[in-house]
Design a protein around this ligand. Structure first.
Ligand code: IFM
Length: 728
């Protein structure tokens, strides 16, 4: 049996580097580093992203600044620089150990001048101390002479051209009794003025040293170690880097903190022991065991690993971007992807992480209120794309996907308003799953009440039809813009309003002071509450007699397209029909109505879901539409008793980044898809349902799975589910 905890490649393919850098991203919830090589490679997309370190940039407002580079470790064999774009690669293997987060690269290389060596690079970012990162390099030469290691911090990282950093200071700091100093660098983002400081320590752990030095290279302080090369004898060095930002400490303290931490940090072996222990604790609550399907097992663990390394453990002022911390895509901005796709994973396996993410929204309520005010409405309207301040950061114009000289107006920041209900929904789910009443009274209730205030205020009365409506919106299916009465939006808004009454009743009974304070602060007058009741009761909902829900006003009158007849396709429906053309068809980017029925599962019968599944499934652009769709589609297919369809959708989501299914994994991990696979397995194949009375499972395993096991927390207690096919 192959190792089900490792992602491995055995070839070096320079054309796939951008994709592979994403796949081999490592991190620890504070920062993530793409899998670029220590020695660099032409046109690599090396990047480290640190949560919350945003900086201004034209058009897209703000982006996570690619942090100063801690990776550089170059190796010289008798003066020849080791590099994969020169010489001969005689063997190459790279593997990511998901169990411990250690990335290992083993190369057998011959230099242009004929020096041969085996090189092993290992690296990890410490989970036990999020400010530390390690690289260990072992070289076994087949020649005699000298091997030199140069370990640098590189301050001039950029975001694919956009420069964010200005050097503040650099220098060497002696360590008492240490042969080599610590080299340190401090830089500052140009506009947000966030200071970053790094300090590097380099030590030899095998072989004989022949010299060492410090180079005060501008913006790249470098430590060097020269070692005797003896054929067949391994030489080994360890690079340890400590990093802090002025988000952690006052700016004038960050450099000293980095220097102290680097000089006191444990060596590789002790740090790896702590790392292994810390990851074991993570996996004890998060792992999902799948037997009978090795690809699904590895993909599942890979997706969970990617979510775990992006999850902020000690910071509740940051969110997880749509591309996690693993790429430049979407600039580190967070979307509804967090609340609807990622939150359930954390709510049920690591509730304190879920709480941090919800607190991020709570802290950003002032910005959400300002956005609502700016649009002439009341309450909290959360931004479609969110970064450090919680203001709207969706770019208004972006280059057209087919013609980069043409600009396309992006409307999502203006009218994709369902995100406010998504956040309320996630807060409520967290509360119900954890029983965290203290948090809910203090923060969660306000999220739900203030978003309800937004929905009450944004609703428009249609006197002719005698109903409330939300006009000119975009639903989750972004192939259709400027629609009226998107079913997902209207129904979740109604849910938000109705839930606000439940919340108020609870608060008044159990936290009356808090209830009174919120009633006053949010102006929850009798009149306002009566209006909410009216809006909720007379919301336009589109439910037809058969249970089929029209996705928005006039959807059924749009051009019907036989997507199946267009297979095999190599392009998305939007590329084929054009942005405006696609808007006129019934083709969906993601299954809007099914998503709604999944979220409000208890409000729909199986027959109602079946009617919508039958209609919308064939009209959804599963292959090239949104990466968010397949995991939810898999769950709905499970509910419908369609195991083969369910598996097809699940495996598409599970493979999204490992196999670069959409061709854009180089931009970063599809976070919603990765976390969505956990929902597909637990709520879909496992059939877990949480009810007010407790929980139940209705297993619906894919035919070839022989076991599915997972754990989850419910109201503070961990439960373990272990399922095998019937009769097994
Ligand atoms: O939030 C999603 C959206 O639903 C579809 N486009 C990409 C966004 C970020 O993942």
């Amino acid at each position: 049996m192959s190792d089900l905890w490792t992602v491995t490649e055995h070839d070096f393919d320079p054309t796939r580097q951008r994709h592979k850098e994403t796949v081999f991203t490592i991190g620890n919830g504070y920062l993530s580093t793409r899998g670029a090589f220590e020695e660099g490679y032409p046109r690599d997309h090396r990047a480290t992203f640190i949560h919350g370190v945003f900086d201004a940039v034209p058009i897209v407002v703000t982006e996570l600044a690619n942090a100063p580079d801690w990776l550089p470790l170059t190796v010289y064999l008798n003066g020849e620089r080791f590099s994969l774009d020169t010489g001969v690669i005689e063997a190459f293997t790279r593997s990511l150990d998901l169990r411990t987060g250690v990335l290992t690269r083993t190369i057998r290389w011959r230099s242009p001048g004929g020096m041969g060596a085996s090189l092993v690079f290992e690296r990890f970012t410490a989970l036990a101390d999020e400010h530390l990162a390690y690289i260990r390099c072992s070289v076994t030469p087949d020649f005699a002479g000298e091997i030199e290691f140069r370990a640098a911090l590189y301050g001039a990282s950029d975001n694919e051209g956009a420069a964010h950093w200005l050097r503040v200071a650099q220098g060497a700091h002696a360590i008492p009794d240490g042969p080599l100093p610590i080299a340190a660098l401090q830089t500052r983002t140009r506009s947000s003025a966030i200071d970053w400081a790094g300090a590097v320590r380099l030590v030899a752990t095998a072989g004989r040293r022949s010299g060492h030095g410090y180079w005060d290279a501008d913006n790249a302080p470098t430590l060097t170690l020269r070692m005797k090369a003896v054929p067949g004898k391994v030489v080994q060095v360890e690079k340890c880097v400590a990093q802090f930002t002025s988000r952690d400490l006052a700016a004038d303290l960050v450099r000293a903190a980095a220097v102290t931490r680097a000089s006191e940090a444990p060596g590789w072996k002790a740090a790896l022991t702590a790392q292994t222990r810390a990851w074991a604790a993570e996996w004890a609550r998060t792992d999902v065991v799948i037997e009978g399907d090795e690809e699904a097992q590895i993909a599942m663990r890979f997706n969970l690993f990617q979510m775990l390394i992006a999850a902020p453990r000690h910071d509740d002022r940051v969110n997880i971007g749509a591309k996690t911390l693993s790429g430049f895509g979407y600039r580190g901005h967070a979307f509804w992807d967090t609340e609807i796709f990622m939150l359930p994973l954390f709510t049920y396996t690591a509730p304190e992480i879920a709480r941090n993410l919800l607190n991020y929204r709570y802290h950003n309520l002032p910005a959400a209120r300002a956005k609502a005010r700016g649009n002439g409405v009341e309450g909290a309207q959360f931004p479609w794309e969110s970064a450090d301040t919680g203001e709207e950061v969706t770019p208004t114009w972006v280059p057209h996907f087919a013609d980069r000289n043409k600009l396309v107006r992006i409307w999502t920041g203006d009218i994709e308003i369902h995100i406010s209900a998504d956040i309320a929904y996630a807060a409520y789910q967290y509360w119900r799953a954890t029983g965290d009443d203290a948090w809910f009274a203090e923060k969660g209730a306000e999220l739900i009440l203030d978003t309800a205030k937004f929905w009450g205020s944004r609703a428009e009365w249609n006197a002719d039809e005698e109903r409330y409506e939300y006009r000119d919106v975009i639903g989750p299916d972004e192939y259709h813009e400027h629609v009226d009465n998107n079913a997902y939006t209207n129904r979740l808004a109604q849910w938000n309003l109705e839930t606000a009454f439940e919340v108020l009743t609870w608060l008044r009974a159990l936290a009356p002071d808090r209830a009174a304070a919120l009633e006053q602060q949010l102006d929850l007058s009798e009149e306002r509450l009566a209006h909410w009741r009216d809006v909720a009761d007379r919301m336009h909902l589109h439910v037809g007699e058969t249970g089929l829900i029209e996705q928005f006003d006039g959807y059924f009158r749009r051009q019907d397209v036989d997507l199946a007849a267009m297979e095999p396709r190599t392009r998305s429906a939007q590329e084929i029909f054009g942005i405006e053309g696609c808007n006129e068809t019934q083709v969906l980017k993601q299954p809007d109505v099914l998503m709604l029925q999944y979220l409000l599962r208890d409000h729909y019968s199986d027959d109602q879901i079946r009617a919508n599944y039958a209609y919308y499934n064939p009209r959804t652009d599963h292959t090239f539409g949104s990466s968010l769709g397949p995991s939810i589609q898999a769950i709905v297919a499970c509910i419908m008793g369609e195991p083969d369809d369910a598996y097809e959708h699940f495996i598409r989501a599970a493979r999204a980044d490992l196999r670069d299914v959409r061709g854009n994994a180089g931009d970063g991990i599809h976070g919603a898809s990765a976390a969505g696979t956990w929902q597909a397995v637990v709520f879909g194949f496992g059939g877990l349902r949480i009810t007010p009375e407790g929980w139940t499972v209705t297993p619906r395993l894919p035919r070839h799975w022989t076991r599915l096991a997972f754990s989850f927390f419910h109201r503070g207690q961990q439960h373990r589910v272990d399922l095998r096919p019937e009769g097994a």
